[in-house]
Design a protein around this ligand. Structure first.
Ligand code: HEC
Length: 493
């Protein structure tokens, strides 16, 4: 259904609809992909920062356990000095100092059974620690956590399992150093077993800032993309409209030319029909006139002889008047026919030339040929059959167009001198071979290119106007047709 309806739409609307659909489909895809890429980058950065933080803390812990604590124990046997002996104490202290400079980061050594209450795992952290406890293979956990001050990226690493060495301070409180019990009491962080895992170290990296900026980037992108699409949409729409208007106007022009040609055809047909009709009628009239004259003459002669008896004389006189009537009818008919023999009327040659040239103007331009028209300043009124002249001029222009290569020129000019009107049509085309020159006006004269019926017709039309046509041509240089029409030929005739 939808497809059928889409097909029925006008092409311009269909195209607009397609653009909108492309926009609607592509926008979420592209913006989501962009956001995901930016988010991925933000996470990667956060992960790298968190990893660095945790590694530093772990290294500190190892330093305390491997270096500091053994020395202190050796130098001060039996003593417990938390500032140098507790790994988590030292690491926590260093983390605090780091966070003075980078307050957005957080570090925590979360424990299910903490000695220091600030290390107590909350629900979220306890969940992670339990994951480590359940799955011994799991050494690191990553995820998001949203807090009151925004979204955090969290990296958690499993704490070190308790060894025999740890149990001195984390096993039975009865054997723990006295100073430790004094400071922390006998409950928190005791009664561990070797191999127990009760803690994790966690780095909290704020990720809402890069995520927000990713969202901002995507929003800006959506804006630019929308503007870009709107501009493309507008440009294409305008282009389309221009294109369709052009097609419409071209179509109108073609239709105009078509009706023009149709009119020409009809005129030619009716002119031909009228001409044959009147010529036939004249011929019949001519045929009738002779017998009528003969009959009249015979009657006349008979009447001059007085011997004709009375009843016949009256009859003969009747025949004589009738034959004279017949002669008069023929004469009247002939003069009537002659007076309206052709459909000529006063017309301006300039207008006829312009109307014909405008029909071919586009075609000439399209072929890359320059068309120059120089018309006389005054109207060139003479007795013309407009349609026939259009046929003739059109044919000469078409000849010029066909024989002139692109880049050439076709010139039309009109002028008047004394009682004659001049029309020349010249081109810079291939010209007419000298051997063909004297025959181009012959009907059915055939050159390599075509059978020539056009030029004889042109000649006929010019001669019907009592005009004269001649041609100059230089091969490869061009051809010029000269047409001369008398201004006052009806009066002379
Ligand atoms: C010399 C005593 C001592 C030894 C040995 C010792 N710890 Fe501790 N441990 C402490 C003290 C004291 C704290 C509390 C420090 C603080 O205030 O943050 C502590 C804290 C911790 C914490 C942080 C959670 C909490 O309970 O507050 C963990 C985890 C921990 N110890 C694990 C270990 C492990 C594992 C070992 C062995 C590798 C070990 N400890 C060895 C004294 C010791």
């Amino acid at each position: 259904m939808a497809i059928i309806r889409l097909k029925n739409l006008a092409p311009r609307k269909r195209f607009s609809l397609m653009l909108i659909i492309i926009y609607i489909i592509s926008l979420p895809i592209i913006s989501t992909v962009t956001y995901l890429i930016l988010k991925q980058n933000a996470i990667r950065d956060a992960y790298n920062a968190g990893k660095l933080h945790l590694s530093a803390m772990e290294a500190t812990k190892h330093y305390v356990a491997d270096k500091l604590r053994p020395i202190l124990q050796r130098e001060m046997p039996g003593r417990f000095i938390v500032e140098g002996m507790s790994r988590s104490y030292v690491a926590g202290n260093i983390a605090e100092r780091v966070h003075q400079e980078l307050p957005q980061y957080k570090y925590k050594n979360a424990s299910l059974n903490p000695r220091n209450p600030k290390n107590k795992a909350d629900e979220f952290e306890a969940g992670i620690i339990n994951k480590f406890r359940e799955n011994k293979e799991l050494k690191e956990w990553r995820g998001f956590r949203s807090g009151p001050d925004g979204e955090y990226y969290v990296i958690a690493r499993v704490g070190a399992p308790f060894s025999a060495d740890c149990l001195r301070c984390h096993g039975d409180p009865a054997v723990a150093p006295e100073e430790l019990i004094k400071r922390y009491g006998p409950t928190g962080g005791f009664n561990m077993m070797a191999g127990d895992i009760v803690d994790a170290i966690l780095a909290y990296i704020p990720i809402h800032v890069p995520l927000d900026s990713a969202k901002r980037v995507v929003a800006i992108f959506i804006g630019i993309y929308t503007i870009f699409f709107s501009v493309i949409f507008l440009v294409i729409d305008v282009r389309f409209r221009w294109f369709y208007e052009k097609i419409d106007s071209d179509k109108k022009k073609i239709e105009e030319i078509n009706t023009e040609i149709l009119n020409l055809n009809q005129d030619i047909e009716s002119i031909a029909a009228e001409r044959t009709m009147s010529e036939m009628a004249l011929r019949v009239a001519d045929r009738v006139r002779n017998p009528a004259t003969v009959i009249g003459g015979l009657c006349h002669r008979l009447l001059e002889k007085e011997k004709v008896p009375e009843p016949y004389r009256g009859k003969l006189e009747d025949i004589l008047t009738k034959s004279q009537e017949l002669e008069k009818i023929v004469r009247d008919f002939e003069s009537l026919m002659k007076s309206k023999r052709f459909m000529f009327k006063r017309d301006d040659l300039n207008e006829i030339v312009l109307a014909t040239a405008s029909l071919m103007e586009q075609e000439i331009k399209d072929k890359g040929i320059k068309l120059s028209i120089h018309l006389s300043d005054t109207p060139l009124l003479f007795n013309a059959n407009k349609q026939l002249l259009k046929v003739a001029i059109n044919h000469l222009l078409r000849n010029a167009l066909e024989s002139t290569p692109s880049g050439g020129k076709i010139s039309i000019s009109t002028s008047i001198k004394e009682d004659n009107i001049f029309l020349t049509i010249s081109d810079t085309g291939i010209g007419i071979p000298p051997e063909d020159m004297h025959r181009i006006f012959e009907p059915f004269f055939t050159t390599k290119e075509r059978i020539g019926m056009g030029l004889p017709l042109v000649k006929q039309i010019v001669e019907d106007h009592l005009g004269h046509i001649s041609v100059d041509s230089i091969p490869k240089m061009g051809t010029t047709f000269h047409l001369i029409f008398p201004v006052r030929w009806t009066e002379q005739e």
